[in-house]
Design a protein around this ligand. Sequence first.
Ligand code: NDP
Length: 335
Amino acid sequence: NQQILLDNRPQGEATVSNFKLVAVDTPALQEGQVLVRHHYLSLDPYMRGRMNDSKSYAASQPLGEVMIGGTVGEVVESRHAKFAPGDKVVGMGGWQEYSVVDGDAPGMLRKVDTKHVPLSYYLGTVGMPGVTAWYGLVKIINPKAGETVVVSAATGAVGSAFAALAKARGCRVVGIAGGPEKCAYATNELGFDECIDYKLHPDVKSMSKALKDACPNGIDGYFENVGGHILDAVLLRANAFSRIAMCGMIAGYDGQSLPLQNPALILVNRMKIEGFIVSEHMQVWPEALTELATLVAQGKLRPRETIAQGIESAPQAFLGLLKGKNFGKQLVKLV
Ligand code: NDP
């Protein structure tokens, strides 16, 4: 069983030397345990926070342990009545080829249907990132039909689900993404009404002008994934009583500070700004996953995936995700 451990903590930017590849034997199963062979590992921005020992929205992970992360795979051996060899499962097996899981541990292992939804989607659109988009849109932004909503990191795992969910609610949906290829994909494939390439608008003034053009009626809801000058520009275009779902601030994950230029606009516009962590809202997951799976089955949500091959590719692929090299959900394929 090959595993990737967190070997040491990053000083500033994360590098491949923070990780270590090792091989270990898989232990024999105890009563109640299940052996899962992972088909895909999920790579997610929150893992960067876990690499630090400072406060982050995800708990710090101890050194010398397998990198924590979502996995999908197949049960190969079971000593638990609810799981049988061949079952397809989603869990938190981490960056390794196999995991031994306690079948009764809450939220650790769930059987999934792969007849209607491809197995890998349970790590993206019909999984944690999809529910993240759902929670921020439905529970925080709570838009009315006809309102304008904006999302940054628009073509990623969260952003792509956000677009389909917001279109289904009759919103005007504007994305912000890096580069012409991602923006063309956002409008041609993901259903965005417009997409702004933030790389063409590297300062607040220029970004704010681009938002004005894309959002002629102003911004009623913003789903924040990035932070920095994009947030400042959104505040300049925000309508009275607009809402911001604070989901991520990836522009600052390597330790960059993200000062806000115009915080008074929060008051002037009587805005609601709410941060959230999707794993603290398990009660909405069934409803959100049902809607997301339905959108996939109806062909209204066709997410893209970037797939790295083999466990040894995980660190490099993860660093690429933090720099926008991924196009859609970043996965590592093992089988
Ligand atoms: P994505 O698939 O969207 O990948 C990350 C993307 O972020 C990159 O592709 C890149 O897109 C963009 N990005 C990276 N650096 C910058 C930068 N400096 N400025 C602007 N954009 C940047 O990841 P996810 O969909 O999985 O996650 C999106 C966000 O949601 C993250 O911030 C993550 O932390 C957050 N999140 C929060 C959760 C919660 O519970 N609060 C749960 C899950 C995710 P581009 O090329 O367009 O720049």
